[in-house]
Design a protein around this ligand. Structure first.
Ligand SMILES: Nc1ncnc2c1ncn2[C@@H]1O[C@H](COP(=O)(O)OP(=O)(O)OP(=O)(O)O)[C@@H](O)[C@H]1O
Ligand SMILES: [Mg+2]
Length: 350
């Protein structure tokens, strides 16, 4: 009762605490923060210098006593303290804009499917320490499916593939539960690694991580479509140690990316094999839905469609599906509470 009362005044928020990006949704307002999950720290003084996009700009460019940390690795908390500070920063940013005397917020956070209880608690504790009054956890594929407006509570199968920075999660959902799923620690980051390795193996060229990501976003592709583009790739010549520039094309990037892309497709096929046939027919009707930033890789939908003989659709605004799903839960916690995960600090309201 009292909590419902508080709920009217606090800015309840939904968070997608991703390996690459953190997004925050405020009830009644929509998405208010969309920033990189990076924190820059002075190693000598332990002082935080920047958080979010400002910190990402520093990646690979810091002097030796400054480190730009990604506190989440493969979707799970790897640096607890820094994750907590990052969360506090984002929560404060939302709260500071309004009145300081607002009650602390209730928070819905997406976490990868199949993480351990210890990993789950780490997220929950970080959120409580960062100022949450109550925390609800939701599995990311479920949140992604809600965000993509799939009818998850129906007695019909929906398949969602969420390709983020650290993890790819494939899930078949029916009647508000996950029926079959595969999670692999290969996604956007690994695609960047593919490009770095390709440049090293073929051109003796050492690329930075951000350069590799830029190339992936500009000319990366999984399947040929339309006019093939080219781009300059700049880095250091591993033989001479001097700067070097090479022109690469989409075809070469397809070869480079095929390593990670192939594994993602394998995971989708494995999940299809585990799916009961009745649900498969629903999935055939509706198609497989792609979410997460990795879904934006050109031609990935076509390649997945050809490899699985199934229709494939990229969700609208795929990078915001998880946070929009978390937001939808906030707006309607009563009817969606069954799909939330149990938490330790407070029981899900009955
Ligand atoms: N146009 C694009 N083409 C290919 N990849 C892209 C594109 N835009 C963004 N990405 C990639 O998407 C990834 C980030 O996606 P997203 O924000 O969904 O991840 P995340 O939720 O932070 O990570 P995770 O879910 O694994 O914890 C990055 O690896 C980024 O390089
Ligand atoms: Mg994600």
């Amino acid at each position: 009762m009292f909590d419902n009362f508080l709920g009217k005044f606090s800015h309840d928020i939904g968070i997608d605490l991703g390996t690459a990006n953190t997004l925050v949704y405020v009830r009644g307002k929509g998405i208010v923060i969309e920033e990189s999950s990076v924190v820059a720290i002075n190693k000598k003084t332990k002082q935080i210098l920047a958080i979010g996009d400002d910190a990402k700009k520093m990646v690979g460019k810091t002097p030796s006593h400054i480190v730009a940390i990604r506190p989440l690795v493969d979707g799970v908390v790897s640096d607890f303290e820094v994750t907590e500070q990052m969360l506090r920063y984002f929560i404060d940013k939302v709260h500071r804009k309004s009145f300081a005397f607002l009650p602390r917020p209730r928070i819905v956070i997406g976490i990868p499917y199949g993480v351990t209880e210890v990993e789950r608690r780490a997220v929950e504790e970080a959120a409580i320490n960062a100022g949450a009054r109550q925390v609800f956890l939701i599995e990311e594929p479920m949140a992604a499916a809600i965000g993509a407006r799939l009818p998850i509570q129906d007695a019909a199968g929906s398949m969602v593939v969420d390709i983020g920075g650290g993890t790819t999660e494939v899930a078949v959902i029916s009647l508000g539960g996950i029926v079959a799923s595969t999670s692999l620690r290969i996604a956007g980051d690994e695609m960047n690694e593919d490009i770095i390795q390709y440049a090293r193996d073929n051109f003796n060229l050492l690329l930075g991580e951000r350069t590799a990501e830029e190339i992936k976003i500009k000319i990366g592709s999984a399947y040929p479509a339309g006019k093939e583009q080219k781009m300059k790739m700049r880095g250091r010549d591993l033989v001479t140690g001097l700067p070097k520039e090479i022109i690469v094309n989409e075809e070469q990037m397809r070869t480079a990316l095929s390593k990670s892309v192939g594994k993602i497709i394998e995971a989708i096929k494995e999940t299809i094999e585990e799916t009961p046939p009745e649900l498969l027919s629903d999935i055939m009707k509706r198609g497989i839905i792609l979410t997460g930033g990795g879904a934006l890789l050109r031609g990935l939908d076509t390649l997945i469609s050809r490899s699985t003989s199934n229709a494939v659709h990229v969700a609208d605004d795929p990078m915001t599906c998880v946070v929009r799903g978390a937001g939808a839960v906030l707006e309607d916690i009563e009817s969606l509470k069954e799909i939330l995960l149990p938490t330790q600090y407070e029981k899900i309201p009955k």
